[in-house]
Design a protein around this ligand. Structure first.
Ligand code: GAF
Length: 394
């Protein structure tokens, strides 16, 4: 059964009637630019074809009820209770999965642009997804994007994509309690077929960057290591704090304001660990700019070394890789990949490899064999392509 049908069926099971509509939003792969978003830097993600679906309909009262195929029980609260539930720094007394949905409803009601005259009626929502959870492909931004799109229409709000992305991020930061940046929500909301989204995370200016993958006979292979991660826990928060400390020591607002010429001074001002965190962000910002230029001037085969350098920086300087991700990257490269790197926040999740169309099977087999030889759990391997952002499916 498709995730679209699963969401529609779940809605009918929940309510006894059909939904008013089904809205969906994609997960994302980040081509390059990791842990740069909350440093007001640059990122280059693209939306993927795997999506989360929200079937929904208004109710006659003020209650919001949400169900999901990955939870046993629906969750129901009054809309007026949301202000009491959130923001709560992650200690929200509702199951975490439902905080992504309820948090979007809360953030939409709280957004200044929704105006005091809006009547927020109760709503039933059923969620299903084919974005793997915990794989670093932003299943959370896909839920937020699908729910934000559904409520935007059902509540007649008419908010634009960037505002909806900001609503999703607020839900994630303040309702779920994960201190993430804006990249994932923007990547999901602004997805375009055959293009990545170059985003300046300070100004929120975006530019669609054609990848040329298909035309050049290339595929992006995702190697989901099955090592699960979460951004509401320690490592992500610690990296973020180290970046803030580095910026403070350099006397700048954020690491966006530093470039490679500042690194010798940074080395003198801070301890070795903080310096290496800073060096990752500063060099990664430059790699994003170089990737955008290389794609435009020389095509996708020219970005391989930048992807490889990005992975090395995350492994050695930012220290967010795990042995499974390193093995996935090394094996893909040893089997002819143009480039490869871990993608997303790290501490598990997925790697991507840019490979020839004809090499999908050989690289997949080689990685699966290498994982088995190393005693790791079997990886989940599939191809992704740059895809469209949110839409109404039914
Ligand atoms: C996660 C976060 F949600 C993003 O905001 C970003 O920081 C990313 O990790 C690392 O680049 O996906």
């Amino acid at each position: 059964m498709t995730a679209l049908s699963a969401a529609r069926d779940l809605f009918t099971d929940l309510t006894g009637h059909e939904s008013e509509g089904t809205w969906s939003a994609p997960g994302r792969v980040n081509l390059i630019g990791e842990h740069t978003d909350y440093n007001e830097g640059y990122v280059l993600p693209f939306a993927i074809q795997q999506r989360t679906y929200a079937s929904a309909a208004l109710r006659d009262d003020d209650r919001i009820r949400v169900a999901s195929t990955f939870a046993d029980e629906p969750v129901e609260v009054a809309l007026s209770e949301l202000d009491r539930l959130f923001p709560s720094n992650g200690d929200s007394r509702v199951p975490e999965w439902s905080a992504y949905v309820l948090g979007v409803a809360w953030a939409l009601r709280a957004d200044p642009s929704t105006g005091s005259g809006t009547r927020f009626r109760g709503v039933d929502i059923a969620i299903a997804s084919d974005v793997p959870v915990g794989a670093g492909l932003s299943s959370s931004a896909a839920i937020e994007g699908a729910v934000a799109s559904a409520l935007n229409q059902l509540w007649g709000l008419d908010l634009d994509s960037v505002t909806l992305a900001q609503v999703g991020r607020r839900a994630e930061n303040e309702a779920v309690g994960a201190p993430t940046g804006i990249m994932d929500q923007m990547a999901s909301m602004l997805g375009r077929p055959d293009a990545a989204t170059f985003l300046d995370c300070r100004t929120l200016e975006t530019r669609s960057v054609p990848t040329g993958f298909t035309a050049e006979g290339l595929e992006v292979l995702v190697i989901d290591t099955q090592v699960k991660h979460s951004h509401s826990t320690g490592g992500y928060r610690e990296r973020r704090a180290a970046c803030e400390q580095g910026a403070e020591l350099l006397g700048i607002r954020s690491l966006r304001d530093a470039d490679v010429s500042d690194l010798p001074r940074a080395a003198e001002l801070m301890d070795d660990v903080t310096f290496r965190r800073v060096r990752h962000v500063v060099t990664e910002n430059q790699r994003v700019l170089d990737t955008v230029a290389a794609l435009a001037e020389r095509g996708p085969r020219a970005i391989g070394d930048l992807l490889v350098a990005s992975h090395a920086s995350m492994r050695d300087d930012f220290e967010i890789s795990v042995p499974e991700l390193d093995l996935a990257v090394e094996t893909a490269l040893a089997n002819g990949a143009v480039g490869a790197r871990m993608t997303g926040g790290g501490f598990g999740g997925a790697a991507i490899a840019l490979i020839e169309h004809d090499a999908v099977e050989a690289v997949s087999d080689a990685v699966t064999r290498a994982f088995s030889d190393a005693g790791f759990a079997a990886p989940h391997i599939f191809t992704v392509r740059p895809s469209e952002g949110p839409r109404r499916d039914v």
